[in-house]
Design a protein around this ligand. Structure first.
Ligand code: 3H9
Length: 688
C-alpha cells in the first residue's frame, strides 16, 4: 500500500487499484482528501497495469459529504468537480464500495463512479437541503436520471437517506454486500467481474430523466408549499430537477452550480450550517471532569400522568426503557394511561407502528398509586403541578424512597432547581429535565444544572437526552431557564403592542411572516389563556384575564383572542377588538398606528437582549446553545439560525439602536444588556 498523502492510499491488487480514504471522523471531502483523491486517480489512470479502480473508505463511513466547515471560506485544494469529470470520463471502470453513511458530496462521488456496491447496513442520500443547500456536485442532475423526477424531488427536498436494500431496489446501487463480508475484497471481486464480463462503463449523465411533466413540478410545489414556506433551498432543488429534465447534462449541471452558489453564499445556508455545528456543540459540557461516566439508566420512574408526564413516559417506552408512572388518584392514572395508549393507537392507525409495537410499549409501562414503587428506578422524573411547596414536599419524600445513586429530576419550567434540591439530603443527585410540550414530539430538552448537581448526574442527563432522541442543552438555574426566560420578553412586548395600537392578528401575522409556526396570541389560544388564572381571584387586570372572564379561554373553549369554528379555523372577532379598545381607553392609552417593522423589532430584540444577559450570567454555556433552544423548543425558523445568530445577521449595533428607539415603550426596568452594548461598540458578533 502506498500513501498518496496523509489521508489517501493507493494499492494495487493484481490489476485492480484500490484507492482508500482515511479521514476521521466521517471522511468529509476536505481539501486534503480531494488532493489525495486527485493524485491517486491520476496515478491509477496513468498506470497501464491498472485495469479497474475500487474507491473505498476506512473508518466508520464512506464519504459523509463535502467538508461543511470549508463553505464560506476561500477555496483551496483540488476541485471536486474536475475530479468527478475525470472519474466519470475514465476509460477504466471505477467501482465505489460503500459502508456507513454516504451522504451529499459523498454520495455524489459514488454517483460519478461507473458502479456502486454497498454493505446492506449502508445508507445513502442527499441531505444538503438540511444545510440550506442543494446537492451541488452533479447530484441534482444524476439522481433523477436513476430514480425518476418524482422520487428525486422527494429525496432531495426531504433529505432523508435510504437504506442499502431500498437503494438497491431503486437502482442507486448495483449490488449489496452481505454484512460481515470484507467490503474491500468484495469491491475488488466486483471489479474483476466487470472486467471479465466486459460490462460497459455506465455513465449516469447519458441516461434520460423519467416522469418529468410540468404537472409533476406544479403539483409538487403546491403540495409542499406549507413545509417549504420561507426556505430557499427546496425551490432551488426543484429548479435543478426541471433543468435535469429539460436541458442537456452539462447545461443542467451549469444551472445546478449557479443555484448552489446562490445558496451557499446566502444567509439561510449560513444559518443552517451554523446550526449543524451548534447542535453538536450543545452536547459538550464546560467544566466536566475528563472521563466523567454517565450512570446507567435502565428503569425510569415518572411522577404525574398528565399531559407532560405521559408525553415524557412515551419517550422512554419508544426506546424500550421500562417506565413506572405514579399518580395520586386512580382516575387520573387511568386517564393518563389511556391517553398514552390512544396516542400509540393513533400512530398504529396511521401505519407508523404495528399493533405488536403498541403492545410492546404498553407492556413496559407500570402504572401505580404507590410512590414507594419507585425505589428501584435509576432515574425519577417529577412532572407534577408547577408549585414550589408541592415539589419540595415530593422531593423530600423521594429522598426517603429512591435508591442511593438514583438521579432525581424535576420537569419544572420556571422554578428554582436549587431550592427543590435542598429539600433532599442529596442535592448532588438532583437535576432539571425540562421537556417541551408535546413532550413525545418536541426535540428540545433543557438540562438544568443545579449549583450542587454532580458531574456524573449532568452527564447522565445528557446521555438520557441523546438516548431518547432529544437535543439536550445545559442551562443554569434562573426563573424560566433559557427558553421561557426569553419567551417572557416576547410576551411582555406582544401584550404591550396590542395595548398601544396593534391587534393580536397584526402581531401574529408579523411573527408568522418572520417564520414562526404561529404568533404569540395563537400560541396562547392553543396553550389555554387560563394557565395560572382562576375565576375566583381574577381581577380583570389584563386583556387576557378579561377574555378568561368571558369564558374565552382559548381553543379548548372555541374562543380566545380569536374565534374558532369546529374545524379550528380562526377568525378575528369584533368583540375582542372592542374589548382591547375599551381596555386601552380605561388605562388612558392613546392608541397609535404601529407598523410591522416595530412589531418585529419589539418581539425579537428584547429576546436577543435577554439572551445576552443569559450568556453573560453563564446561564447558557455559549450563544449557540441559546439558538438551539429556540430552534428545537419554540419553532424559531432554522433558516434564521436562532435569535443570537439572527442578531448577528442584523448587527448588534442595529439591535441596540432599535432598542434605544423603543426604550420608552419597552417597560419599566428594561435595560440593554452590557454584553450586547459591548458587541455593538466593538462591532463584534454574539455567536462565534
Ligand atoms: C455537501 O456535500 C455539498 C455537496 O453537495 C456539494 C459540494 C460542492 N463536514 O454528527 P456526528 C463532524 S454538504 C464537516 O456527531 P454521527 C461533526 O461536526 C454535506 N464535519 O456523528 C462532528 O464533529 P465533532 C452533506 C462533519 O455518527 C463529527 O464529524 N453531508 C461533517 O452522529 C461527528 O459527527 C451532510 O450533510 C461534514 N460533512 O453522524 C452529512 N459531517 O465531533 C452531515 C460530520 O467535532 N453529517 N462532521 O462534534 C451527518 O449527517 C452526520 O455527521 C453523520 C454521522 C450521519 C455523517
Amino acid at each position: 500500500m502506498a500513501a498518496i498523502n496523509p489521508v489517501v492510499d493507493l494499492s494495487l491488487e493484481d490489476g485492480i487499484a484500490v484507492i482508500t480514504s482515511n479521514h476521521p471522523p466521517v471522511n468529509a471531502l476536505s481539501a486534503i482528501v480531494r488532493d489525495g483523491l486527485a493524485a491517486a486517480f491520476d496515478q491509477a489512470f496513468a498506470d497501464a497495469a491498472v485495469k479497474a479502480i475500487v474507491l473505498t473508505c476506512a473508518g466508520r463511513t464512506f464519504f459523509a459529504g463535502a467538508d461543511i466547515s470549508e463553505f464560506g471560506k476561500p477555496p483551496k485544494g483540488a476541485s471536486l468537480h474536475a475530479l468527478f469529470d475525470r472519474i466519470e470520463a475514465a476509460d477504466k471502470p471505477v467501482v465505489a464500495a460503500i459502508h456507513g453513511t454516504s451522504l451529499g458530496g459523498g454520495f455524489e462521488t459514488a454517483l460519478v463512479c461507473h458502479y456502486r456496491i454497498a454493505l446492506a447496513s449502508a445508507k445513502v442520500g442527499l441531505p444538503e437541503v438540511k444545510l440550506g443547500l442543494l446537492p451541488g456536485a452533479g447530484g441534482t442532475q444524476r439522481l433523477p436520471r436513476i430514480v425518476g423526477a418524482a422520487r428525486a424531488l422527494e429525496m432531495m427536498t426531504g433529505g432523508a437517506p435510504v437504506g442499502g436494500r431500498q437503494a438497491l431496489e431503486m437502482g442507486l446501487l448495483d449490488e449489496l454486500v452481505a454484512e460481515g463480508a470484507e467490503l474491500r475484497a468484495a469491491g475488488v471481486a466486483f471489479a474483476r467481474r466487470v472486467l471479465a464480463e466486459q460490462r460497459p462503463l455506465r455513465r449516469i449523465r447519458t441516461q434520460a430523466v423519467a416522469g418529468a411533466t410540468p404537472e409533476l413540478f406544479a403539483d409538487f410545489r403546491k403540495k409542499n408549499a406549507k413545509v417549504f414556506r420561507g426556505f430557499d433551498a427546496p425551490e432551488a432543488i426543484i429548479q435543478c430537477v426541471e433543468a435535469a429534465a429539460s436541458l442537456p447534462f452539462d447545461e443542467g449541471q451549469a444551472a445546478e452550480r449557479r443555484l448552489f452558489k446562490g445558496l451557499v453564499e446566502g444567509v439561510q445556508s449560513q444559518a443552517q450550517r451554523y446550526m449543524f455545528f451548534a447542535e453538536r456543540a450543545a452536547a459538550k459540557i464546560d467544566g466536566l471532569p475528563e472521563g466523567t461516566a454517565a450512570r446507567p439508566v435502565k428503569k425510569v420512574g415518572i411522577i404525574g400522568a398528565g399531559t407532560m408526564g405521559g408525553g415524557i413516559a412515551m419517550n422512554f417506552l419508544n426506546r424500550g426503557i421500562a417506565v413506572t408512572i405514579v399518580e395520586t388518584a386512580q382516575a387520573a392514572l387511568d386517564r393518563g394511561t389511556a391517553t398514552i395508549r390512544k396516542n400509540y393507537d393513533n400512530s398504529a392507525a396511521k401505519g407508523r407502528m404495528s399493533a405488536a409495537d403498541v403492545d410492546r410499549r404498553m407492556g413496559l409501562l407500570a402504572p401505580t398509586l404507590e410512590l414507594a414503587t419507585l425505589a428501584d428506578c435509576d432515574l425519577i422524573i417529577e412532572a407534577v403541578f408547577e408549585n414550589m411547596a408541592v415539589k419540595k414536599e415530593l422531593f423530600a419524600r423521594l429522598d426517603t424512597i429512591a435508591r442511593p445513586g438514583a438521579v432525581l429530576a424535576t420537569n419544572t419550567s420556571y422554578l428554582d432547581v436549587n431550592e427543590i434540591a435542598a429539600a433532599t439530603q442529596r442535592p448532588q443527585d438532583v437535576v432539571g429535565l425540562h421537556f417541551f410540550s408535546p413532550a413525545n414530539v418536541m426535540k428540545l430538552l433543557e438540562v438544568v444544572r443545579g449549583a450542587k448537581t454532580a458531574p456524573d448526574v449532568l452527564a447522565t442527563a445528557m446521555e438520557v437526552g441523546k438516548a431518547i432522541g432529544k437535543v439536550a442543552v445545559v442551562a443554569g438555574v434562573c426563573h424560566g431557564f433559557i427558553g421561557n426566560r426569553m419567551l417572557a420578553q416576547r410576551r411582555i412586548q406582544a401584550d404591550a403592542l396590542i395595548l398601544e395600537g396593534a391587534m393580536p392578528w397584526d402581531v401574529d401575522r408579523v411573527a408568522y411572516d418572520f417564520g414562526w409556526p404561529m404568533g404569540p396570541f395563537q400560541m396562547s389560544d392553543l396553550a389555554g389563556l387560563d394557565i395560572g388564572w382562576s375565576k375566583d381571584t381574577s381581577k380583570g387586570a389584563t386583556i387576557r384575564e378579561r377574555l378568561c372572564e368571558l369564558d374565552r379561554r382559548g381553543q379548548k373553549t372555541g374562543a380566545g383572542y380569536y374565534d374558532y369554528d369546529a374545524r379550528r379555523n380562526r377568525s378575528n372577532p369584533a368583540l375582542v377588538e372592542k374589548l382591547i379598545l375599551d381596555f386601552a381607553a380605561e388605562k388612558g392609552v392613546t392608541r397609535r398606528r404601529i407598523d410591522d417593522q416595530e412589531i418585529l423589532e419589539r418581539l425579537v430584540y428584547p429576546m436577543v437582549n435577554e439572551g445576552a444577559k443569559i450568556l453573560a450570567e453563564g446561564i447558557a454555556q455559549r450563544a449557540s446553545d441559546i439558538d438551539v433552544v429556540w430552534i428545537y423548543g419554540y419553532g424559531w425558523p432554522v433558516y434564521r439560525g436562532g435569535p443570537m445568530f439572527y442578531a448577528d445577521t442584523v448587527g448588534a449595533a442595529e439591535v441596540v439602536a432599535a432598542l434605544a428607539k423603543h426604550k420608552p415603550r419597552l417597560g419599566d426596568g428594561f435595560a440593554v444588556a452590557p454584553l450586547l452594548e459591548q458587541a455593538a461598540r466593538d462591532g463584534r458578533r454574539l455567536t462565534a
